[in-house]
Ligand binder design. Structure first.
Ligand SMILES: Cc1ncc(COP(=O)(O)O)c(C=O)c1O
Length: 369
């Protein structure tokens, strides 16, 4: 499928909600008035209808296939975004254990996560990257782990653009990973985690649905005194239908998973594409360090969010304006960091990254002294 064949589509580098695969949007558009054989749209049918149950089952089985999710892990489709998981994780998995929760604070999102956990109980900071302005990650094998309820990680810090490139390898701890901004960008070994969660609006679908993959023994930790919606066990026992689930979001996650399977050919292929795309931009940063200053240390660079600065705020503004004229959209860095952030999630076509790379080289040639 060629990429920007649709008139008026820009290359969208937004950090999220973010670009979706064109074939996914086309299928959703085609079926919006009536799902095949259904006579009504996904927006109109009951979540208890056999059509919707088939859609949800299909989405789950595609995720299980792509990520090789073992049978003893449950897949839940929730609402409230990843922010709600910042609270649900400690409420369900720390409360009652009598143990603290350990956090790796590698950037803004790790920080937000631990702030919520502190409301629930005792936390321990295993590592904090604040001193180096969150430009690097720790070696997970070298941290001073204690006896904790769980260890929380953020696999990709979306704002700073740093990312763990492998899974943790330590049996004694229950790792919980916020994979919101790099979910399904590579194959992961799910068994290395007690739980993975990801809001969909970066790499897996639209805003409104959050995927939770949780090992079944951890469900026993959820206390009955928790409010129903905030209890993982309620969602599991109700098959993600404790309340009306985000039906459209689940449908879209299913279509994105189908695209990953059928058009990309699985997560190993996706990973290769993501590495190829990111290299195009990092090669430019490496070739002109006096002009483009990458935020992340080289070894911890994100394949999803490429963050860098230009020599001045004026040049940054000019770059963003020029980029917009080339249909390269949403390149401004997060308000807390500034500079440029190019989010190049799974669905960003390589042609978009090439166009950005070309502009970066041309802009540098015109402005560097
Ligand atoms: C790594 C990470 N965690 C959590 C969030 C928060 O997600 P939400 O806005 O769905 O609550 C985001 C982005 O918004 C994120 O990038």
């Amino acid at each position: 499928m060629s990429t920007n064949t649709v008139v008026d589509r820009v290359y969208n580098f937004s950090a999220g909600p973010a670009v979706l695969p064109v074939p996914v949007l086309e299928e959703a558009q085609r079926d919006l008035l009536s799902l095949p054989g259904c006579g009504a749209s996904i927006l109109e049918i009951s979540h208890r209808s056999k059509q919707f149950i088939a859609i949800m089952d299909d989405a789950e089985s595609r995720l299980r296939d792509l990520l090789a999710i073992p049978q003893n892990y449950k897949v839940l489709f929730l609402q409230g975004g990843s922010r709600l998981q910042f609270s649900m994780v400690p409420m369900n998995l720390m409360r009652g254990t009598g143990k603290p929760a350990e956090y790796v604070v590698a950037g803004s999102w790790g920080n937000y996560a631990i702030q919520e956990a502190k409301r629930e109980g005792e936390t321990r900071v295993l590592w904090d990257g604040r001193e180096s302005n969150y430009d690097r990650l720790p070696d997970l094998n070298k941290l001073d782990y204690g006896d904790s309820a769980y260890v929380h990680l953020t696999s990709n810090e979306t704002i700073q653009g740093i990312q763990f490139s492998s899974d943790p390898d330590r049996d004694a701890s229950v790792f919980i990973s916020d994979m919101s901004s790099d979910f399904m960008h590579r194959p992961v070994d799910v068994r290395r985690y007690g739980m993975i969660y990801a809001c969909a609006q970066k790499n897996a679908g639209p805003a409104g649905v959050t995927v939770v993959i949780i090992r079944d023994d951890l469900l026993d930790r959820s206390d009955d005194s928790l409010p129903g919606y905030l209890n993982y066990k309620s969602h599991y026992e109700a098959g993600s239908m404790y309340n009306t689930p985000p039906t459209f979001g689940i449908y879209m996650v299913g279509l994105v998973a189908k695209w990953l399977q059928e058009e990309v050919g699985g997560l190993a292929n996706m990973y290769q594409r993501n590495r190829d795309k990111a290299k195009l931009l990092y090669d430019v940063l490496d070739a002109s360090p006096d002009f483009y200053q990458g935020h992340a240390q080289v070894s911890d660079r994100s394949l999803m969010n490429v963050t860098f600065r230009l020599p001045s705020d004026e040049l940054t503004k000019e770059f963003i304006e020029e980029a917009a004229k080339h249909q390269l959209d949403s390149l401004g860095g997060h308000r807390s960091v500034g500079g440029i952030r190019a989010s190049i999630y799974n669905a960003m076509p390589i042609e978009g990254v090439e166009a950005l790379r070309d502009l970066m080289i041309d802009f540098r040639n015109r402005h560097a002294h």
